[in-house]
Design a protein around this ligand. Structure first.
Ligand SMILES: NC(=O)c1ccc[n+]([C@@H]2O[C@H](COP(=O)([O-])OP(=O)(O)OC[C@H]3O[C@@H](n4cnc5c(N)ncnc54)[C@H](O)[C@@H]3O)[C@@H](O)[C@H]2O)c1
Length: 366
């Protein structure tokens, strides 16, 4: 898998205590990497980070991504060959409440990571900067956004991710043109999966309610979202990271979209029906849809042709399997209570064996 490139390599993950960061850290451990993490705190209770007991399995650092000197010191000591940058203020609603902090963390945090990569160019070979599909200016197209489309974003979160992209592009073109380090930016949409307890996200909100035996009230049952399992974009980040471990890689200074197949087009009500089928005696949901006559903004879709063709990256799972993975994780956590680390690791193994069966290139070591 990934041509065994991560085996025995030192990898720093920022945002390692968060939803995506914990899955990425566990996958990297599974691949034989030595991992260090840098995050400001553990963002939720419960948290995937705590239940996986990752603190005992990696070199764990608490620190603010805006604290350049501290971040530099951690990297000088650990000497990572790879950096995956995921630390961010990732919630749109919070970005309206705290716009300045959102811009600060998402822009200056990215700037600091890039500057560390620049200062440690003898050590760091690969930097993968994780932004978001929301970095694009959503002009209500029905078709998917491409990597060269205009950046933008009306809410502060989206604006901060567009800004992080502009900072990244400037560093790539000013400092990373020759030899190592190789840097790229990656853009994915909303993901689901076990171990997420963030607020204002549909799956965590429902699971939280059901675990307390309460029904959920849903205001937008007819909205469609690009549901994708968290392992899908992480496979993309690892895939491009491995390809960047080659001097003068053609993938450096590029941006890549990682999104679901366009046909995965289910609405919130359909998602909840699938969740109910996988949760014994669910307390159900209450339809609180209010038709205010306002048309919903067109779903922002990503065009993933560039990743499909240049990286031979493709999504592995369909909607049903995504729901199986997600709900079996939560039912294990709340009811069966088998070791979470084993359960999460087994899901990674199952996901990679499905990738092999389906001939996905990164899984085949060719
Ligand atoms: N989850 C999604 O659906 C989704 C979709 C698109 C993009 N993303 C992006 O992926 C990345 C990870 O998202 P997530 O869902 O895992 O979020 P999360 O909230 O679960 O985790 C965020 C992580 O960032 C860390 N962090 C926050 N502020 C920090 C600071 N000032 N200094 C250091 N660390 C800080 C937190 O401690 C945590 O480890 C983010 O960049 C996010 O914008 C996520």
């Amino acid at each position: 898998m990934f041509n065994d490139i991560y085996k025995n390599k030192r990898v720093l993950v920022t945002g390692h205590t968060g939803f995506k960061g914990t899955w990425l850290t566990t996958w990297l451990l599974n691949l034989g990497a030595e991992v260090a993490g840098y995050s400001i705190s553990v963002p939720t209770t419960p948290s995937h980070f705590d239940v996986l007991q990752l603190e005992d399995k990696i070199q764990h650092h608490f620190g603010d991504i805006r604290d350049y000197k501290h971040l530099l010191k951690v990297c000088q000591d650990f000497k990572p060959e790879f950096i995956f940058h995921l630390a961010a203020q990732p919630l749109v609603r919070d970005s309206y409440e705290n716009p300045r902090e959102t811009f600060d963390v998402n822009m200056i945090g990215t700037l600091n990571v890039l500057e560390v990569i620049r200062q440690l160019k003898e050590v760091v070979k690969v930097g993968v900067i994780i932004t978001s599909d929301k970095c694009y200016d959503n002009v209500e197209w029905v078709y998917g956004y491409r990597e060269d489309d205009r950046l933008g974003g009306e809410d502060p979160y989206s604006g901060s991710k567009g800004a992080a992209e502009i900072i990244t592009k400037s560093y790539m073109h000013s400092f990373f043109k020759q030899g190592f380090p190789n840097v790229c930016s990656t853009r994915a949409g909303n993901v689901i999966g076990g171990g997420d307890w963030a607020k204002d996200r549909i799956v965590p909100d429902i699971v939280r309610s059901w675990s307390e035996n309460n029904p959920v009230e849903i205001r937008s049952p007819y909205s469609t979202r690009p549901w994708q399992h968290v392992l899908e974009p992480l496979g993309g980040y690892l895939c491009v990271g491995a390809k960047l471990y080659e001097e003068n890689s053609e993938h450096r200074n590029q941006a890549y979209n990682f999104g679901p197949d366009a046909k995965v087009n289910k609405n919130v009500g359909e998602l909840i029906d699938e969740m109910e089928q996988r949760w014994d005696n669910s307390p159900g949901w209450i339809n609180k849809y209010i038709d205010d006559g306002k048309k919903e903004a067109n779903l922002l879709k990503l065009c993933c042709d560039k990743a499909n063709i240049n990286l031979e990256w493709h999504p592995v799972m369909g909607f049903e399997e995504t729901m199986d993975f997600t709900m079996s994780w939560y039912t294990n956590f709340y009811f069966d209570k088998k070791s979470v680390f084993e359960f999460t690791n087994n899901q990674i193994n199952l996901y990679t064996s499905k990738a092999k069966e389906r001939g996905i290139k990164w899984s085949l070591n060719e």
